[in-house]
Design a protein around this ligand. Structure first.
Ligand code: ADP
Ligand code: MG
Length: 645
């Protein structure tokens, strides 16, 4: 007897459901996308227990006609495409016709809907794919879908769900992204009876950012509004000084859909090069509109990955958009979408259409914004619509005068200040042969003997390249110490030994740190990890932590990024064992707190490092495994100079 069975309808549905509905967040995403496709401008989402026991999405969209209600729950039932050709020009968010069929086969679902052309609403109940009832219902125009007990009939899948809180966070994340992608829609999100998000729907991206990420974040942004060869880039990018330690706040939306795009990330990072410190990443909320046939959204089942037919134009548009904004540095302008008047991708997606007319082709599409008198960015666009070459030229020559190039400016100012202090004190840090280095330097002070151990006589010679401490040891050796590596190793050892105690310094002004939902959740469940590396961190509510104490030596300006980085790490490496995680954190804090090569240190600091290193012969490598010091013997030196044979 053969072994191949044709799966019955129910099993096939369950398998299909698994692909579309992985967890509450994926169901919510599908439901909200349906509401958006239905032309809603007000959408409320409510969940309980992370969405596992209860999810409700209510919209004021077009509703579903009584005759269509049952059809909507059949697999491959959709009002959004009819013919194969439509696939190429699809403008709506969903089109596979799978979501309602899938969700209803793995939950207890109730639909309440009233189509705009009908007077009486419909209530439809369906449990595990089996119809329960279809009745009249008095309800407002629009649609409400209630989903209870997700996966109640698939215990295996139920097991894969995380704790309520984690599932709830995933839902919150989905809603955040969708709210950012549709500033023209007012979103409300109620979690376990508490309203946690409310966007105004005033069509301003900044208002949506404000609601999602908070005031501080919203205030440190530069608008972006640009168009190149038919590709529009609009939104906001963080001021270089507000760059983040990871890419968690880089949000890209292509034609209204949240996507992960390596190309767009690379483009903004390239554009910010020189303005943003190495190792930091600009944050952004950027809407990119491209002709629909230029992208293949069907690549990934969750449609988060996007594939462009040609990546280059996207890179160029995003790059020039960001570069232009950084150079113009205009903070006042607000980016709004004029949904009524705009004739582009965004207005297309707002209305569901059974047939979508093909938009202008990729090559032929023409810049539109320039000719619109109502466009609030007309002025900005005048600059933006310059030919690419002139934009490029402008950006290169303007770099020096860029007011947002804070990093280099600050660095210069700091250097100048330090130089001034040094000159005033007339206390040389490099007491080597002064006749060679500079005749103006004051005379060399007597070498300082540092008798720490009877066996080792250390003499501080000086510092080379603001990085290497030079010490004579026992008249026999020259020890050259990498000041950063040595200091880092010492801090690391101390943190590890004392578990943060005694290494913490109370801050005069506590620092608040805004985190994305995932990182925030990870951080507040692991506050003890912060304590163990000398931070005093508390939950401050709404995605924010408050830092009251931080490790000694850690620059006040580094506290925020340090905490963000740690939270990101904790969130990402959930499966690591705790001691491994702590080790990474110790490394990280030690590295950030240690004095930096290239920075000016006081003579006392340098002597202190040399002494401590001498006292503990185990400190020979930095936590990354680089040597902390190199030793050159007097014998070798004398041999080099031919003093001895
Ligand atoms: P798809 O969105 O891919 O078409 P779904 O299973 O998500 O498939 O939805 C099936 C159909 O049900 C949609 O094409 C649409 O016509 C209708 N529909 C679903 N949700 C809504 C809603 N909130 N408002 C109006 N119509 C809806
Ligand atoms: Mg859908």
């Amino acid at each position: 007897m053969g072994v191949i069975n044709v799966l019955d309808k129910h099993v096939a549905e369950l398998i299909a459901a698994g692909e579309v509905v992985e967890r509450p967040a994926s169901a919510i995403k599908e439901l909200i996308e349906n509401s958006i496709d239905a032309g809603s401008d007000n959408i409320t989402v409510e969940i309980q227990n992370g969405g596992i026991t209860f999810m409700r999405v209510t919209d004021n969209g077009c509703g579903i006609m009584r005759d269509d209600v049952k059809l909507a729950f059949l697999p491959h039932a959709t009002s959004k495409i009819m013919l194969e050709n439509d696939l190429e020009s699809i403008a709506t968010l969903g089109f596979r016709g799978e979501a309602l069929a899938s969700i209803s086969s793995v939950s207890k679902l109730q639909l309440l809907t009233c189509h705009k052309s009908e007077n009486i609403g419909t209530s439809y109940e369906i449990d595990g794919g089996e119809e329960i009832s279809l009745t009249d219902a008095g309800c407002p125009k629009g649609t409400t879908i209630i989903v209870r007990d997700l996966f109640y009939n698939i215990p295996a899948r139920m097991k894969f769900l995380k704790k309520d809180r984690a599932e709830g966070n995933a839902v919150a994340n989905v809603i955040d992204k969708i709210a950012l992608s549709h500033p023209e829609i007012a979103f409300t999100f109620i979690r376990d009876g508490k309203r946690v998000l409310n966007t105004s729907g005033d069509n301003k991206i900044k208002s949506a950012i404000y609601s999602v990420y908070g005031r501080d974040f919203a205030n440190g942004l530069i608008p972006v509004n640009y168009e190149l060869d038919g590709i529009k880039v609009q939104g906001y990018i963080s001021l270089p000084i507000n760059a983040r330690p990871n890419r968690g706040m880089q949000n890209f939306f292509i034609n209204g859909r949240y996507v992960k795009s390596g190309t767009a990330s690379a483009a903004i990072e390239e554009a910010c090069k020189g303005s943003v410190m190495v190792g930091k990443f600009p944050a952004c909320v950027l809407h990119i509109s491209v002709p629909f046939e230029a992208i293949d959204v069907n690549v990934h089942p969750s449609k988060i990955q996007v594939r462009f037919i040609n990546e280059r134009p996207i890179f160029d548009a995003v790059y020039h958009a960001v570069k232009t904004s950084l150079n113009s540095g205009d903070k006042r302008k607000e980016i709004t979408f004029d949904g009524q008047k705009r004739d582009d991708a965004f207005s297309e997606i707002r209305r569901p259409k059974p047939f979508v007319t093909a938009p202008a082709s990729f090559e032929k599409s023409v810049p539109a914004a320039q000719s619109e008198p109502i466009n609030p960015f007309a002025e900005l666009n005048k600059i933006n619509n310059k030919p690419v070459n002139s934009v490029l030229k402008a950006s290169v020559s303007d770099i020096d005068s860029n007011p947002f190039d804070v990093y280099s400016k600050e660095a210069i100012k700091r250097e100048e200040k330090i130089e001034k202090v040094i000159n005033e004190n007339k206390k040389p840090d490099v007491p080597v042969d002064t006749s060679i280095v500079s005749p103006e330097l004051p005379e060399t002070p007597e070498p300082e003997p540092l008798y720490k151990q009877p066996s080792n006589k250390l003499v501080f010679v000086g510092e080379a390249f603001k990085t290497y401490i030079i010490v004579e040891k026992n008249d026999k050796e020259i020890v050259i110490i990498d000041k950063h590596a040595a200091h880092e190793r010492m801090i690391y050892e101390r943190l590890k030994k004392e578990r943060g105690a005694g290494f913490s310094q109370v801050l005069l002004h506590p620092v608040t740190v805004l985190l994305n939902k995932n990182d925030y959740e990870a951080a507040i469940s692991n506050l003890d990890m912060f304590t163990e590396c000398a931070f005093d961190v508390e939950d401050f509510g709404s995605g924010t932590l408050i830092v009251r104490a931080a490790p000694q030596y850690l620059d006040i300006d580094d506290i925020e990024s340090s905490v963000i980085e740690m939270a990101g790490y904790i969130a990402q490496n959930k499966t690591d064992i705790r001691s491994e995680k702590m080790d990474w954190i110790y490394h990280n804090v030690a590295c950030r707190s240690a004095i930096k090569g290239g920075n000016i240190s006081t003579r006392e600091e340098l002597i202190d490092i040399a002494n401590k290193l001498d006292e503990d012969p185990t400190l020979r490598y930095c936590p990354h495994g680089r040597p902390v010091c190199v030793v050159m013997s007097r014998y070798e030196l004398e041999k080099q100079f031919g003093r001895i044979q």
